[in-house]
Design a binder for this molecule. Structure first.
Ligand SMILES: *Cc1c(COP(=O)(O)O)cnc(C)c1O
Length: 345
C-alpha cells in the first residue's frame, strides 16, 4: 500500500474529524442573517466568552474577518501601519486598498515583531501634506516571519501607546491559539487590550471553514453590516459553525503537539547538509529553511518531494516553508526528513 501523502504546505489542509462531521449532521439551524441560527449564535457567544469580549461574529474566512475589521476601524485615505510581511498586505488581494481605501505603511521588523519605537516615527496626525494614520495592525503568530510570537509586554505596550495617540489596534490572530500555547497564557490575556481580534477556526484548530471576529458589542454590530457588504451574510450556516464549535473546544489542547513536531522537523533539517535553519527560532507550528547550500532551487526540491509524497511549498527561490498540523504525526515528520535527505543528497 502506498504511504499517505505528508502535507506540510499549510495547517489549512486539515480535514474535518468524525466528531465535526457528526456535529454538522446534528446541527440545529436557522437564518443567520435574521440572527436565528442557534448554532452560529452559540459559536459566537462561546468565542466571546473565551476571549473575554462582549461579542463575536462568524465570518467565512480570515481574510473576510481582517478586511471587515479594517473597514470598520478606518476611513478612506488613511494609513494602516503593519509589518512588511503581514498577511493583510501580502495575501489579501490588495483589499485594504480596494475596499477600505487605505494605504499600508509597512515596517520591516526582525522576526515580524514590531515594537513601539519602530512604529512611533510613522504615526501622523492631521497634516496638510501627508495621510493620517488610522490604524495599527499586528499579526500573532506571524505567518511569513516564521510563526514567531509577540511577547505579551511588547504587544501590550504597542496597544497602550496607540490608544494614548487615539489609534485603534487590530490583531490578525489567525493563529492566536498557537501563540497562547507557546506563551502559556490564555488568548483572553493575550488579546484583551486590542480593539478587534480575528482568529481562524480553519487552521490549526482543524475546522473545515470559518473564522471569528471578537470585540465590543458596538464593533461587532458595525462588523455585521460590513460582513453583509462583502457577501458574508450566510443563512443556515450552523452546519458549518457546528464543526467550528468542535474545533474551538478540541483544537487548542492539542496544538503543543504541532509545536513539538515543528521543532523536531527543524532539528532534523539542521542536520541535513546544505540546509540552514535555526531550530531555536521555531516558536510555534511554522518553519522556514534555506536550501541554497544544496545547489538546488527551492522549487526543484519542492517538486522532488512531491513526487515522493511529501508536500512543502517554496516561498522564494532559496526557501521552503513547512507547517505542522493535526493531520501530520511524528512518524510523518520522520518520513518527511528521510525523503528530504534523499532528495538533496
Ligand atoms: C491564513 C491567514 C489569514 C486568513 O486566511 P483565509 O485563508 O482568508 O482564512 C489571515 N492572517 C494570517 C496570518 C493567516 O495565516
Amino acid at each position: 500500500m502506498p504511504s499517505p501523502v505528508i502535507d506540510l504546505r499549510s495547517d489549512t489542509v486539515t480535514k474535518p474529524s468524525a466528531a465535526m462531521r457528526r456535529a454538522m449532521h446534528d446541527a440545529e439551524v436557522g437564518d443567520d442573517v435574521y440572527r436565528e441560527d442557534p448554532t452560529v449564535n452559540r459559536l459566537q457567544d462561546r468565542a466571546a466568552e473565551i476571549f473575554g469580549c462582549e461579542a463575536g461574529l462568524y465570518v467565512v474566512s480570515g481574510t473576510m474577518g481582517n478586511q471587515t475589521a479594517i473597514k470598520v476601524l478606518t476611513r478612506h485615505g488613511q494609513e494602516v501601519i503593519c509589518e512588511e510581511r503581514c498577511h493583510i498586505y501580502n495575501f489579501e488581494m490588495a483589499m485594504v486598498a480596494v475596499f477600505s481605501g487605505v494605504l499600508p505603511r509597512t515596517i520591516r521588523a526582525a522576526d515580524g515583531i514590531l515594537t513601539w519605537p519602530m512604529i512611533a516615527p510613522y504615526i501622523r496626525a492631521r497634516n496638510d501634506h501627508r495621510a493620517r494614520t488610522g490604524l495599527i495592525e499586528l499579526e500573532n503568530t506571524s505567518n511569513l516571519a516564521g510563526g514567531s510570537v509577540y511577547p505579551l509586554e511588547i504587544a501590550n505596550d504597542i496597544v497602550d501607546r496607540a490608544h494614548a495617540a487615539g489609534l485603534p489596534v487590530h490583531l490578525d490572530g489567525a493563529r492566536i491559539f498557537n501563540a497562547s500555547v507557546a506563551l502559556g497564557r490564555s488568548v483572553a490575556e493575550l488579546t484583551k487590550k486590542f480593539d478587534s481580534v480575528m482568529f481562524c477556526l480553519s487552521k490549526g484548530l482543524g475546522a473545515p471553514v470559518g473564522s471569528l471576529l471578537v470585540g465590543s458589542k458596538e464593533f461587532i454590530e458595525e462588523a455585521r453590516i460590513v460582513r453583509k457588504m462583502l457577501g458574508g451574510g450566510m443563512r443556515q450556516a450552523g452546519v458549518l459553525a457546528a464543526a467550528g464549535f468542535v474545533a474551538l473546544e478540541e483544537g487548542p489542547p492539542r496544538l503543543h503537539i504541532d509545536h513539538a513536531n515543528a521543532k523536531f522537523l527543524a532539528q532534523g533539517l539542521a542536520e541535513i547538509p546544505g540546509i540552514k535553519v535555526d531550530p531555536s527560532k521555531v516558536a510555534s507550528n511554522i518553519l522556514f529553511f534555506d536550501v541554497s547550500g544544496t545547489g538546488l532551487a527551492a522549487q526543484e526540491i519542492s517538486k522532488r518531494l512531491a513526487a515522493r509524497g511529501v508536500l512543502a511549498n517554496a516561498s522564494d527561490p532559496q526557501t521552503i516553508r513547512m507547517v505542522t498540523h493535526l493531520d501530520v504525526d511524528r512518524r510523518g515528520c520522520e518520513r518527511a526528513l528521510r525523503v528530504l535527505r534523499e532528495v538533496v543528497t
